[in-house]
Design a protein around this ligand. Structure first.
Ligand code: CA
Ligand code: CA
Ligand code: CA
Length: 319
């Protein structure tokens, strides 16, 4: 075989390889691991590269190490996940089932994907619970004995529901946070509410009725938006003499509950009143809502609890 023959053959091969690359219409081959158990070091949220979740991947024209890989959770996007070569797995997802799609793209732009089941794992058995609930009162005390309800829906995974009575220790401190075990929130739409409907008379005295009257007459207007919420006994968004009448009937024992059977109104702690002149308008939100969560994962649910009728915040939050 002479040198010239070898050169011609190589040139011919190169030509065909290049032609094949230019006309490549064949998608990459990609095989996901069916199940993976990525371990979070030191319980910390950690990124994992797409390749971690693959058994193998190849292409007819593009070398494997030049294939572009991407990963994202199911239900949160379409097409190749640009700028997502890794997936962040959160400490709040420990022990929970996630599904992600892993993608490969060759140099001609052909794509393929596969699905992988992920169980986020840790091997020290010492990770703290990742989800916390805290309910504060307007005078920064800790509300105890409220019902916490969390509903998380997903397009593929089962609906998750948590319903618990939360007991917290006063006074206000991190120790007062009520915590429960890991809970997958990524890719879910999450609604969280809290309610407490015991002891409707808690904190209500004739002094509260006098204070509402003085506010109505403009003698001593409320200074806190939570006083407005407390004064609206029938929860209709207005403070009127009818609210005073309802509270008076409760004090006199004519009735033994507040309208809608409620004792406390519990709203997201971070709610900013858009209209300080009238905090009751627009209507106050009474749930925390996170649509199709990807990141950051909601893991701390902080509420403000206002005792209906108690405008000077004298109610016992442990009662
Ligand atoms: Ca190809
Ligand atoms: Ca009212
Ligand atoms: Ca009071």
């Amino acid at each position: 075989m002479n040198i010239r023959y070898l050169f011609t053959t190589l040139a011919g091969l190169l030509f065909f390889v290049r032609l094949a690359a230019q006309t490549d219409t064949i998608a990459p081959l990609i095989n996901c691991k069916t199940q993976t158990y990525p371990v979070l070091p030191f319980c910390l949220s950690t990124s994992f590269p797409a390749a971690y979740f693959l058994d193998d991947f190849s292409d007819n024209a593009t070398p494997a190490d030049s294939l572009e890989l991407g990963i994202r959770r199911v239900c949160v996007g379409e097409g190749f996940p640009d700028d997502r070569p890794e997936i962040m797995l959160w400490s709040s997802e420990l022990w929970q089932h996630q599904i992600a799609e892993v993608w490969a793209r060759d140099q001609a732009g052909n794509t393929a994907k596969c699905l992988t089941n992920i169980w986020v794992y840790e091997n020290t058995n010492s990770c703290d619970p990742a989800i916390s609930v805290y309910i504060m009162t307007p005078d920064t005390q800790t509300l105890s004995g409220a019902n916490f309800h969390l509903l998380a829906t997903h397009c593929v995974l089962d609906t998750l529901e948590i319903q618990e009575v939360i007991y917290q220790d006063p006074p206000f401190s991190w120790a007062g946070w009520w915590q429960f075990g890991g809970f997958a929130t990524s890719g879910y739409t999450v609604t969280a509410t809290a309610s407490k409907n015991t002891d409707p008379l808690n904190g209500i005295s004739t002094l509260d009725l006098v204070l509402i009257q003085k506010h109505l007459l403009g003698i001593e207007p409320f200074t806190s938006p939570y006083q407005f919420i407390a004064a609206d006994a029938n929860q209709d968004g207005n403070i009127t003499s009818f609210d005073i009448l309802l509270l008076k009937q409760l004090l006199l024992g004519v009735t033994n509950e507040l309208p809608q059977g409620r004792s406390w109104r519990i709203l997201p702690f971070e709610y900013v009143f858009p209209n300080p002149e009238n905090p009751l308008s627009p209507p106050i939100p009474e749930q925390m809502y996170f649509p199709n969560t990807v990141e950051p994962v909601p893991s701390n649910f902080v509420f403000m609890g206002v005792k209906i009728g108690d405008v000077n915040f004298s109610a016992d939050p442990g009662q």
